[in-house]
Design a protein. Structure first.
Length: 89
């Protein structure tokens, strides 16, 4: 999760797509002009090769402060954690 947040901050689209599970990955990804300000991981849970991460990401969009709260699902495949999807509050 932290590496994907860092990839969003740095605009590393190739990394984001490479860490997205093929069953849910978009064909392409365009990043909005957002200034990421911080990440707080609130909760993690792992059961075998499945994981859940609840986080709050703070950002500024057009100079306006915002928070994104998401519960993300991940799966470990071939030793790598891949993002499946997430529920945004």
């Amino acid at each position: 999760m932290r590496s994907r947040y860092s990839a969003y901050v740095l605009g590393l689209i190739d990394y984001l797509l490479a860490t997205w599970h093929p069953s849910t990955a978009p064909g392409e990804l365009l990043l909005a002009p957002v200034q990421w300000m911080g990440l707080e991981v609130r909760h993690t849970q792992m059961a075998g090769d499945a994981g859940v991460v609840e986080f709050v990401a703070r950002c500024k969009t057009n100079g306006r402060a915002e928070r994104m709260i998401e519960t993300s699902r991940f799966v470990r495949q071939d030793g790598r954690w891949l993002y499946i999807d997430g529920d945004v509050e």
